[in-house]
Structures are given as structure tokens and as C-alpha cells.
Write a protein that binds this ligand. Structure first.
Ligand SMILES: [Zn+2]
Ligand SMILES: [Zn+2]
Ligand SMILES: [Zn+2]
Length: 372
């Protein structure tokens, strides 16, 4: 981590995560604007370049890429665990299987809807733990480093909910597993020489970026941008190796090895796409495989259910075993039937592993059938 340093020349020490890239891009954008302002003052002339950034064509092209999916459409993808195609609409960027509740995909267009800018509490935690983290690194003390990273990710999960799966909202087991996983991933990167070399290389790439355009909307020169993409490609490869060698596969609460590259690319694109000319932005999406395809939602044969956690409506497709509730993030066990609340008459399906819940409508206790 180490993003919110007082010295803006220092590289972020983290891996290419979504939040890191968003923050890095914003930091670079601010830097570019400062450079541009200085340039303008020096030349006493307002810079208007021929760059197409900010023009209507650019806005249409880039915003179409980043626009939320149309209502009634869902990202085309297939579950890597059970093989089922995704059919039901999604509310967040985290696309879970309608049949087995596995994390299938990450939807960049959905992700662009939400604000993933970390709040002040997160920045404060990163800043307050930074010196100790550096000391733990220097002392070769991964245990101390891990403890500090846990603190950082606990605040991250609580303060940047849009950047984390909605499962973290109301599922404490998921949230603590996520924090442990992210902290261990940070340890693995920080103590891996190959990762650190690439981190330094990325810093060089970022510092070598060239900007044009006006100060309100700086454009990154594509030829200075592609080397950064090459470095991220290498970082993703190293990350995949670490995922196995450092035991991250066992810790990842979503078991989503297939998405490690996609998470990195999505965060990177969220941060940088808007600063690229339209043709380079399109090339980037091609190269990173993020040109999403959307298909109509197919929910005709779904049985209506209600989440026992939040009362939200769910659809149980024939043969479905479990789903993640988009409203509250709980895993709902579709193997059990809907249960009625004796107090208010509402019906609901209980979350996996729960034998009783407080009715989301009236707070009366509702128990799984046969519990007494
Ligand atoms: Zn599945
Ligand atoms: Zn729910
Ligand atoms: Zn009730």
C-alpha cells in the first residue's frame, strides 16, 4: 500500500489492485495538472492542443465503454465451477453464479458506476502504518508487516465498500477471510524480489509518462503509456505465480484465481482509460480482454424467493443450489424451502449456515423447519 505519502515522488508499494490504480491515476492526474499549470504560467499562454480528449467524439467513445450496462442486460459469462451461463441481472461489479454462488466475473462497466475513491479514514490508516510497514520490510519481519496490512485492509473493507465484494457487507466470515487474504497477498508481494523489481519498473514507467492537452483534461501520450501496460502484464504473471506459491489460493474467500488478472486490468483501466485518446483506449480494452459483451437477462423460469437476511427479492432458477443476495451479500441456501414468519406472515429463505434469523420485516425469530 503506501499510497498516501507526503512525498508524491515515492512509488506506491502495493500490487496492482483496483484501489491502488485508481489512486495512482488520480495522483498522476493531479501531478499532470500541476505540470500543465506551471507550463501555462511560464508561457503566459493558454495551451489548447489538438488532442481529442474532452471532445464530444471522445466523450461518446470512452463513456460508452465505461457506461453502466443497459437495464435488462447482463454480462455474458459462464461459471468456471458449475458451467452455468450467467442469466440474472447483477447490481454490483462482482458477478456471482445464479446456480452455485461462485464468483464468476468482474464487470468493469458496473464498477465504473460506483465511487471507489478511498475515504479519509483509509488514507489515515495507510499513512499511520506506513513507517512501521517500511521498518518491518527492512527488518525482514513478515509477521509484523502482515499485522499492519490487516489493519489497513480492515479499514479498506469498511470504508471503500464499492471496491470490495458485497459479500463483505453482512458476512463477517467472508470479511475476515478477505482481510486475511489481502494481507497475505501484500506480504507475498512485499517480500518477493521479482515483485519488488517490477514495482520499481512500474514507478519508472509512470514517471516517464508524457502528457498533453489542457490542464483540466490531460491526455497521456499512448507511446509513453504502452510500456506501463507491458510492466503490468509482467506483474500479473508474477502475481499468478505468487497466488499459488504463497498459499493465496487457499485463503481467497472467492477462490477466484481465474480473475486475478482481470481485477488488476479493471482497476488499471478505471484509472487510466479516461486519460487516453479514444483509439488507444479501445486498443487497451482489446489487449486486456475487457470489451464486455452483454446479453438479455433470462429470468423467465425463476421462482420468486426472499432473502432471509434483508428481505430482498431473489430468483431461484431451476436446479440452483445457492445464490449471493445482491442486496445484502449473504449466501442464500436455495436447497431449503421458503419459511413463513409466524408474526407477520412474510416468507423467506435462510442464509447458508443459519438455522434462525430475525425476520427482516418484523424482527420476530424465524427458524429453519424442524429446528425445534
Ligand atoms: Zn456456478
Ligand atoms: Zn439479502
Ligand atoms: Zn416477520
Amino acid at each position: 500500500m503506501g499510497l498516501f505519502k507526503k512525498n508524491p515522488q515515492e512509488p506506491p508499494a502495493g500490487r496492482p489492485s483496483i484501489a491502488d490504480h485508481m489512486a495512482l491515476a488520480k495522483q498522476m492526474q493531479a501531478q499532470a495538472m500541476q505540470q500543465m499549470a506551471a507550463l501555462q504560467q511560464a508561457s503566459q499562454a493558454s495551451q489548447t492542443s489538438g488532442a481529442a480528449v474532452g471532445s464530444m467524439t471522445w466523450v461518446r467513445q470512452v463513456l460508452a465503454i465505461l457506461a453502466p450496462p443497459q437495464p435488462g442486460f447482463v454480462k455474458r459469462c459462464t461459471c468456471v465451477v458449475c458451467g452455468a451461463p450467467k442469466k440474472l441481472p447483477t447490481v454490483t461489479a462482482y458477478v456471482y453464479c445464479d446456480y452455485c454462488a461462485s464468483l464468476i466475473d468482474y464487470d468493469l462497466r458496473r464498477a465504473c458506476e460506483g465511487d471507489t475513491t478511498p475515504g479519509p479514514e483509509y488514507a489515515a490508516t495507510v499513512n499511520s502504518t506506513h513507517a512501521a510497514s517500511q521498518a518491518a520490510l527492512a527488518a525482514g519481519n513478515p509477521d509484523a508487516y502482515r499485522d499492519l496490512q490487516r489493519r489497513v485492509y480492515e479499514v479498506y473493507a469498511a470504508n471503500v465498500p464499492m471496491a470490495v465484494s458485497h459479500r463483505a457487507k453482512n458476512d463477517p466470515a467472508y470479511r475476515s477471510a478477505y482481510v486475511a487474504y489481502m494481507a497475505e497477498a501484500a506480504v507475498a508481494r512485499a517480500f518477493d524480489p521479482a515483485s519488488q523489481a517490477l514495482e520499481a519498473e512500474m514507478k519508472q514507467r509512470v514517471m516517464s509518462l508524457r502528457y498533453s492537452g489542457n490542464m483540466m483534461s490531460p491526455t497521456v501520450a499512448p507511446e509513453s503509456f504502452w510500456p506501463m501496460v507491458e510492466t503490468l502484464e509482467k506483474q500479473i504473471e508474477v502475481g499468478k505465480t505468487l497466488y499459488r506459491s504463497a498459499g493465496l489460493a487457499e485463503l481467497d474467500p472467492d477462490h477466484a484465481e481465474h480473475l486475478t488478472g482481470k481485477f488488476a486490468w479493471s482497476g488499471f483501466c478505471q484509472g487510466w482509460l479516461g486519460m487516453l485518446p479514444a483509439d488507444a483506449a479501445t486498443q487497451l480494452l482489446d489487449r486486456t480482454g475487457l470489451k464486455n459483451e452483454y446479453v438479455p437477462v433470462q429470468a423467465e423460469d425463476g421462482q420468486p424467493r426472499h432473502c432471509g437476511g434483508c428481505g430482498g427479492e431473489l430468483s431461484a432458477l431451476p436446479g440452483a443450489k445457492a445464490v449471493i443476495c445482491d442486496g445484502c451479500g449473504r449466501t442464500i441456501d436455495l436447497g431449503g424451502a421458503e419459511i413463513g414468519c409466524a408474526a407477520c406472515g412474510a416468507t423467506m429463505t435462510l442464509p447458508a449456515g443459519a438455522d434462525r434469523v430475525a425476520c427482516p420485516f418484523c424482527q420476530a425469530q424465524v427458524e429453519r423447519a424442524g429446528m425445534r
